[in-house]
Design a protein around this ligand. Structure first.
Ligand code: PRT
Ligand code: ZN
Length: 299
């Protein structure tokens, strides 16, 4: 039985977004036991219920007001939005946060040996896809005639099976396309997971929990992208060291016991530190260079 005073969040039950979605909620401090195969799990320490469903159902659950929040790929969200609009249904939601997982692109791909110079080469082709609305939007804008062939899985085998001339499917590494003798010719949509919220009446109680969650998510994501750097540097090279660490905030400079020519520097960098940067620091005379992950951040 759903308690209406509790904030409801829908995440993917099992698939590419489920682990990252679960981890994000847990790192936000929500205590949930997702071991049991339940549709709805109640958090022990906050007024939050987590609903685990197929990713395709998440936009509808948010837009129809069954849950307040959802974590879903923008590809699924946009397809569902276009499909609802085509059926004359409302699509009321807002994207609260772009998440740093589920990164992929929806692309057009053709058999390796098929001639291709530009989109016109796909004129009057039959294109297999699970995303007919996104495909139609893109090709209509480019004034390309085509026929779409709806497949909900194994889209990449369609050309070989003689079902289509080309495909429009999600790509991340490109390995699946290559293994199926296909090549990517156009990216039609870039996607990542996002946190969405339904619009309309939401009680102040729930709004406050949502605000708190967003601040925590922001803290987790900036912490993930940031690093804590500690190093020893020659006192006369401080400016050069700082200019190498572009993403770093004002460093803390500390004296080193028994060494007046060098100082210890501590700083938070908003960017990843690559081996190349560490090598340059070393050549400036820096030593004991430590790059540490940060767990949480609040500004
Ligand atoms: O059961 P349910 O409906 O919940 O899951 P699903 O099978 O529909 O979705 P799932 O778990 O496969 O993907 C969920 C979401 O993850 C997608 O909607 C995207 O937002 C995101 N995502 C990120 C991906 C990929 N990367 C991805 N590579 N979804 C699918 N793929 C598939 C793609 O369809 C192709 O078959 O992986 C293959 C290509 O991968 P590469 O690495 O070989 O290019
Ligand atoms: Zn799905």
């Amino acid at each position: 039985m759903i308690n209406n005073n509790r904030l409801r969040i829908a995440i993917q039950k099992s698939g590419r977004l489920s682990d990252d979605s679960k981890k994000l909620l847990i790192r936000c401090g929500i205590k949930i036991n997702l071991e049991r195969q339940r549709l709805i799990t109640c958090a022990e320490n906050m007024s939050i219920d987590v609903m685990r469903v197929r990713d395709d159902d998440i936009p509808g659950l948010v837009m129809d007001g069954v849950v307040e929040l959802g974590i879903v790929g923008k590809n699924v969200l946009e397809e569902s939005l276009l499909s609802r609009r085509a059926q004359g249904k409302d699509a009321l939601y807002e994207i609260l946060y772009q998440l740093d997982f589920g990164v992929c692109r929806l692309s057009l791909a053709i058999p390796q040996d098929k001639h291709y110079t530009n989109l016109q080469c796909l004129n009057n082709n039959c294109i297999a896809t699970s995303y007919p609305y996104l495909l139609k939007k893109y090709l209509n804008e480019k004034k390309i005639n085509f026929k779409s062939f709806l497949l909900n899985g194994s889209v990449e085998v369609a050309p070989r099976a003689g079902l289509a001339d080309a495909i429009c499917d999600l790509v991340s590494t490109g390995g699946t396309l290559e293994a199926n003798g296909l090549r990517e010719v156009e990216v039609i949509y870039n996607s990542n997971a996002c946190l969405i919220c339904r619009t309309g009446n939401i009680s102040n109680l729930k709004k406050n929990i949502i605000k708190k969650l967003i601040i925590r998510i922001q803290g987790i994501i900036t912490a993930r992208e940031s690093k804590y750097i500690m190093l020893h540097a020659p006192s006369d090279k401080l400016n050069e060291v700082i200019s190498l660490l572009q993403g770093a905030e004002c460093p803390t400079i500390l004296k080193l016991a028994g060494d007046n020519s060098r100082v210890a520097m501590h700083m938070v960098s908003r960017e990843s530190i690559f081996w190349e940067t560490m090598e340059k620091l070393k050549s400036l005379g820096a030593s004991s260079i430590l790059v540490l992950p940060i767990e949480k951040m609040m500004e």
